[in-house]
Design a protein around this ligand. Structure first.
Ligand code: HEM
Length: 340
């Protein structure tokens, strides 16, 4: 016989709906807006949990050594990344709800929260780590170590020790075989590879004399062996990514394009969330330090500037050229990509 599932049991609402204890209420003087403050944070934590769940499944797929560019696997990765992007859009809008609380309302209970802070959201930090942010690249390392519980630091470190999404993306891009035989004979050194000679020429023709330095960065990004210092993607991966961004109209490249484009979107949405969070913080507490004890808006601006993971991908758009100026591809490669 089928199990008789009951709505509130299934969702364990007895636990969730009894998990909002206001500090002001405990102190005997309930501040009305503290309930909203708790529920908003809990809603974020549930969404962080969902995003971590999606991200882990994406990392597991990308870890497979046999992942094929147009397989259902890559489609699942793209689909789940798009879900993460949609959740971030919701996360940005949720700030509007919290901002119905005025700074004066917040002052009624803010001091009772010290030293707790959203900074201690270990799920947020796990998500950053799954994407590829390492401890050594974090702004405010000493603050991090003194303000997170050891068990949370250890859990985040465990994630950092596993391959992250950006590392797996780098490997996937490096394996893309389009610049080698049988499509091109001459693939000895990238500077002399026929495709890259033509691409650089096409790109250089779009620049004016003030843009000369861009040509130098073109060479650094695409011709340097290995990775540039501080970069997460290698030159080889950059070449494959630029190729996908430029030739994305070919059927075989459409899903890989969506993969790159959605990662760029997630980076942009997280940066928008960080920026909205900063302006909300400035509005709520002005120049004061955070409840967690950081420099407040100053710390947050630095983390916004330094904690993006996929910004190298959006940077590649600097090097796109108009469709009509793209180098013609060898016929065999065109066939492989789906147009003959
Ligand atoms: C009245 C509303 C809020 C204020 C005034 C505020 C303030 C701050 C401040 C000052 C910091 C820096 C650390 C510190 O010194 O405490 C911080 C960090 C943080 N807050 Fe909030 N916050 C608010 C709401 C939220 C909400 C709703 C979330 C959602 C989970 C959140 C998530 C975070 C996260 C993840 C960080 C760390 C960000 C990073 O390291 O880049 N905050 N917050």
């Amino acid at each position: 016989m089928a199990k008789n599932v009951y709505y509130s049991d299934y969702l364990q609402l007895d636990k969730i709906l009894n998990a909002q204890q206001t500090e002001s209420g405990l102190a005997g003087d309930e501040a009305h807006d503290e309930m909203l403050f708790i529920i908003i944070h809990q809603a974020y934590e549930l969404w962080f949990k969902q995003m971590k769940y999606e991200m882990q499944s994406i990392v597991d797929i990308m870890r497979k050594p046999t992942i094929n560019d147009n397989s259902p696997d890559v489609f699942s990765v793209v689909h789940r990344l798009k879900r993460i992007a949609t959740i971030w859009q919701l996360g940005i809008q949720q700030i509007d709800v919290l901002e119905t609380m005025t700074p004066l309302d917040f002052l009624d209970f803010r001091d009772q929260l010290r030293p707790a802070s959203g900074f201690q959201s270990f799920q947020f930090k796990m998500l950053e780590a799954m994407m590829g942010l390492k401890f050594e690249d974090r702004h405010g390392k000493a603050f991090y170590q003194s303000h997170l519980r050891k068990e949370h630091i250890d859990e985040i470190a465990k994630i950092e020790a596993q391959p992250s999404l950006i590392e797996l993306l780098n490997g996937w891009l490096e394996r893309i075989p389009f610049f080698d035989a049988p499509f091109y004979n001459d693939s000895t050194e990238v500077k002399f590879h026929p495709f890259w000679v033509d691409y650089k020429k096409a790109f250089a023709s779009t620049l004016n004399e003030n843009d000369e330095s861009i040509l130098k960065t073109f060479e650094q990004f695409f011709y340097t062996e290995g990775k540039l210092k501080g970069n997460r993607l290698s030159a080889k991966a950059n070449r494959a990514a630029l190729f996908i961004l430029a030739y994305r109209d070919y059927p075989l490249l459409q899903i890989p394009f969506q993969l790159l484009d959605t990662l760029i979107l997630i980076d942009e949405l997280m940066s928008t969330w960080r920026a909205r969070h900063i302006s909300m913080v400035a509005r709520m507490i002005g120049m004061r330090t955070g409840t967690g004890g950081s420099t407040g808006a100053d710390y947050l601006s630095k983390s916004r500037d330094h904690h993006g993971v996929f910004n190298e991908l959006s940077g590649l758009n600097t090097y796109l050229v108009q469709r009509k100026n793209l180098p013609e591809l060898p016929i065999g490669l065109k066939e492989r990509l789906g147009f003959s």
